[in-house]
Design a protein around this ligand. Structure first.
Ligand SMILES: NC(=O)c1ccc[n+]([C@@H]2O[C@H](COP(=O)([O-])OP(=O)(O)OC[C@H]3O[C@@H](n4cnc5c(N)ncnc54)[C@H](O)[C@@H]3O)[C@@H](O)[C@H]2O)c1
Ligand SMILES: O=C(O)[C@H]1O[C@H](OP(=O)(O)OP(=O)(O)OC[C@H]2O[C@@H](n3ccc(=O)[nH]c3=O)[C@H](O)[C@@H]2O)[C@H](O)[C@@H](O)[C@@H]1O
Length: 342
């Protein structure tokens, strides 16, 4: 049956594998999560595994993720973990693909910029090729970085962005923009069922303690009694979404009928100085706050317009920053072996 996509193209979706009509399929949804050993991915796997009709397969090269994040599922009959780099082809029968494989921390995606853009371009091409081959629906975790250093605030999905094509962040920002382009080209040309989430800053347990992102940095510094490193000017803003809200939004997008792109994030906007003050008050009132240098092309402001998520997904974030930070502090204290002193 031809499908009418949100941009008017009509294409016959590819015939799915005969397996999908087999007795086996009717009892199971086979879901591939690339990057599933990572921060968001492992929480997504936890949620997907709660549904006994789901079989989950994680493909991950462990560049920034860890088997430790998935230890409770290894050996489970409905779970498989494959060490695989998405820049290489992967041929497996699946019904849905959550494509999260990409380093998210600026420190890591700048570490090997060529690999980052290969992961976003060739990795997404490989996953779209798999989706076409087996008739799977595919969701891409894009990013608010596609808006660059936004001149429109808050950012709606209709904003085309203000991105440096040759900067030190371009491997990620432009890589994700090309990934979105590829998703829509496969949708228009081959009728692939696509979903695009533009994820805004997300935080929560299982973030890498030293991955350099602001929330994980401030919490680890406060617990260790080190100065909180606010990168100049300190008045730049971000909006922080707790990971359980993020996972709920991703699943609603996959299960819904809208291609996106749809912003998924918490519109609660804070400057980095306000964030540091919140962490200081919450975790360690004695800790100092130091201003340190920043990196090139750091966006000055970021806040999602989540009208589409509310209207099309019936989604909005529930966890406020003041409630999410303590959950992350508890996780970091346990992993750092630094109990809270009374
Ligand atoms: N966390 C955020 O604030 C945020 C914001 C916007 C977008 N995103 C996107 O969400 C996704 C997940 O982010 P995260 O915060 O969980 O990051 P993360 O770094 O914790 O997870 C990424 C996972 O992908 C894996 N990976 C990286 N390159 C790979 C490759 N070539 N082949 C296979 N696996 C590979 C890593 O090992 C890791 O397990 C990413 O696509 C990221 O761009 C995250
Ligand atoms: O939400 C998004 O779309 C993006 O958010 C983050 O990117 P970024 O906002 O640069 O994340 P951080 O590295 O956490 O920096 C946030 C702000 O905090 C500042 N910062 C960072 C670290 C630090 O120790 N101190 C500090 O003040 C940075 O200068 C920046 O202004 C993620 O790392 C990206 O993967 C993601 O795509």
């Amino acid at each position: 049956m031809a499908t009418n996509s949100s941009n008017g193209a009509t294409k016959q979706p590819p015939m799915p594998s005969p397996l999908r009509f087999s007795k086996f399929f009717q009892s199971n949804m086979r879901i591939l999560v690339t990057g599933g050993a990572g921060f968001i991915g492992s929480h997504l796997v936890d949620k997907l595994m709660e549904n006994e009709k789901n079989e989950v397969i994680v493909a991950d090269n462990f560049f920034t993720g860890s088997k430790d994040n998935l230890k409770k599922w290894i050996g489970h009959p409905r779970f498989e973990l494959i060490r695989h780099d998405v820049t290489e082809q992967l041929l497996i029968e699946v019904d849905q693909i959550y494509h999260l494989a990409c380093p998210a921390s600026p420190i890591f995606y700048k570490y090997n910029p060529v690999k980052t853009i290969k992961t976003n371009v060739i990795g997404t091409l490989n996953m779209l090729g798999l989706a076409k081959r087996v008739g799977a629906r595919i969701l891409l975790t894009s990013t608010s970085e596609v808006y660059g250093d936004p001149l429109e605030h808050p950012q709606p999905e209709s904003y085309w962005g203000n991105v440096n094509p040759i900067g030190v962040r371009s491997c990620y920002d432009e890589g994700k923009r090309v990934a979105e382009t590829l998703m829509f080209d496969y949708h228009r040309q081959h009728g692939i069922e696509i979903r695009i989430a533009r994820i805004f800053n997300t935080y929560g347990p299982r973030m890498n303690i030293d991955d350099g992102r602001v929330v994980s940095n401030f919490i680890a510094q406060a617990i260790r009694g080190e100065p909180l490193t606010v990168q100049v000017p300190g008045t730049q803003t971000r909006s922080f979404c707790y990971v359980s809200d993020m996972v709920d939004g991703l699943i609603r997008l996959m299960e819904g009928e809208n291609t996106g792109p749809i912003n998924i994030g918490n519109p609660g906007e804070f400057t980095m100085i306000e964030l540091a003050e919140n962490v200081k008050e919450l975790i360690n009132p004695k800790v100092e706050i130091n201003m340190v240098e920043n990196t090139p092309d750091d966006p000055r402001q970021r806040k999602p317009d989540i009208t589409k998520a509310k209207e099309l997904l019936g989604w909005e974030p529930k966890v406020k920053l003041r409630d999410g930070l303590p959950l992350m502090e508890e996780d970091f204290r346990q992993r750092l072996g630094v109990p809270k002193s009374n």
